[in-house]
Design a protein around this ligand. Structure first.
Ligand SMILES: Nc1ncnc2c1ncn2[C@@H]1O[C@H](COP(=O)(O)OP(=O)(O)OP(=O)(O)O)[C@@H](O)[C@H]1O
Length: 262
């Protein structure tokens, strides 16, 4: 395994998914009949107001939760059909996950945090040079023996990204990966995600509410009240300000446009 080589490009397709959360007698329709095709090797940002369903969409696409109706195809596999055990195995091997809160184990070194998905699967690292290569690629090669509390926020997120890549997944889902970081550090994380896509053809789906983060993606999917109301290419925006203006125009409009495919 080499982390600097390209991976087999993977598509992610969501077909007519809905998700209803039930809380006692109340129910919340978090997503309503959402369809989306993320092309292999592309970088898609998901934007929307708080409560519009961004995290729910990401969690469904990454198999963390199951849709109420509809299907999610990763590498052509409908993950909604897998048993809990099969889904866990599929997620461990095929999907990388990055969260805003890093979710590192405080008592473990950066190295053991990165290797955690392998340990959880009962595996070990075949070749230590793989870890060294990954750490070098992410700029944390001299931080591997530190515990999370001795690392900066940006370094912790790099460790979390390394952990998401240790099984060499072709698709990475990131939920507000820069949400806890200052703008300079956040930019370096965006650049890293962009490189994973450009240099290795990994597919990236990232939730963000920041136009300056979304501009790093190839396209932006806009959610409103649990539905996709628009999808546009970032190259149509000259900079983060024009992306912000376009996004504002979309969310403040009552009209729902037909979503484009990436
Ligand atoms: N586990 C849950 N149980 C009940 N309702 C939920 C649950 N998770 C999310 N919801 C509801 O589903 C809707 C969509 O939530 P979601 O977290 O996907 O939105 P979001 O766009 O990611 O919001 P934010 O930007 O604030 O994180 C909201 O109304 C939320 O309250």
């Amino acid at each position: 395994m080499s982390f600097s080589e390209t991976v087999r490009p993977t598509t992610a397709t969501v077909q007519s998914i809905s998700k209803t959360y039930r809380q006692g007698s109340r129910s919340v329709d978090a997503l309503r009949d959402v369809s989306l095709n993320v092309e292999a090797g592309s970088f898609v940002a998901v934007m929307g107001a708080s409560g519009s369903g961004k995290s729910t969409l990401l969690h469904l696409m990454s198999g963390l939760t199951r849709p109420t109706t509809g299907s999610v195809l990763i590498e052509g596999q409908n993950i909604a059909e897998l048993s809990d055990y099969e889904l866990t195995c599929f997620r461990r091997r095929r999907i990388g996950l990055v969260f805003q809160a890093f979710n590192l184990v405080p008592s473990l070194s950066a190295r053991d945090n990165i290797l955690f998905p392998l340990y959880a699967a009962g595996e070990s690292l075949a070749n230590d040079s793989d870890l060294q290569e990954l750490a070098l690629q992410l700029g944390i090669e001299d931080r591997l023996h530190h515990r999370p509390d001795a690392l900066s926020g940006g370094e912790q997120q790099r460790v979390a990204i390394a952990r998401s890549l240790i099984t060499n997944p072709a698709i990475v889902f990131a939920d507000e990966p820069t949400g806890s970081l200052d703008s300079v550090t956040g930019d370096s994380i965006c650049k890293l995600l962009r490189n994973l896509c450009d240099q290795q053809q990994r597919t990236i789906v990232m939730v963000t509410h920041e136009p300056s983060v979304a501009i790093w993606a190839d396209s932006v999917v806009v959610l409103k009240d649990g539905q996709i109301v628009n999808q546009f290419l970032t190259k149509e925006c000259t900079n983060a300000q024009s992306l912000a203006a376009r996004y504002q125009q979309i969310v403040s409009s009552d009209a729902q446009e037909v979503p484009l495919s990436t």
